[in-house]
Ligand binder design. Structure first.
Ligand code: ADP
Length: 168
């Protein structure tokens, strides 16, 4: 595993990285889980306004806003798939979230990024499968992004962190 990958337990909104990733919804309307936490910490009104101007985001894609009140410079809002049994392109869509975020980060000149466990909360993706995709795809991207410095997988609890450790 690439030694630029790090696993941490904590709150993603506190990290001083170039970009944090938000597990957003298609409307970019804010919500529960990590999305709600990011909106509150960034400044709900400003972030809501920026998201409204963008309008929305397709599943598996990414859009960018400033970090506003966050220590991070930017927020990459990606929309993970809702788990519907696994036969609705969920793995490809989840993989796309990670590769699109990494590609956008490199394009913007960012060198550090933090990901939450996309789709692993309200969207119900089986965590072990989601974690395997996350680690595999980020590792694959890093092979071609040689100037990238740091990728942090931020886990809300120790149980999730141990799944990531097993996958790396
Ligand atoms: P989704 O709708 O994509 O499933 P959720 O926000 O419901 O997204 O959950 C994604 C993951 O983010 C879950 O593992 C959840 O425990 C975790 N999470 C929730 N809040 C935070 C936070 N502040 N920092 C990091 N991870 C968080």
């Amino acid at each position: 595993m690439d030694d630029r990958i790090e696993i941490r337990v904590g709150d993603i909104t506190t990290l001083k990285v170039d970009a944090i990733v938000n597990a957003a919804n298609n409307q970019l309307s804010g919500g529960s889980g990590v999305d709600g936490a990011i909106h509150r910490a960034a400044g709900a009104e400003q972030l809501q306004q920026a998201c409204q101007l963008i309008g929305g985001c397709a599943t598996g894609q990414v859009v960018k806003t400033k970090g506003f009140g966050l220590p991070a410079k930017a927020i990459l809002h990606t929309v993970g798939p809702i788990w519907r049994g696994g036969g609705h392109n969920e793995p490809e869509l989840l993989r796309s979230c990670y590769s699109e975020c990494m590609t956008m980060a490199v394009r913007e000149g960012y060198r550090s990024i933090a990901f939450p466990a996309i789709s692993c909360g309200a969207y119900g993706y089986p965590t072990e499968q989601a974690v395997a995709i996350a680690v595999e795809e980020v590792d694959r991207c890093l092979q071609s992004f040689l100037c990238f410095r740091q990728v942090i997988f931020v886990c809300f609890d120790e149980a999730m962190a141990s799944l990531y450790r097993q996958a790396t």
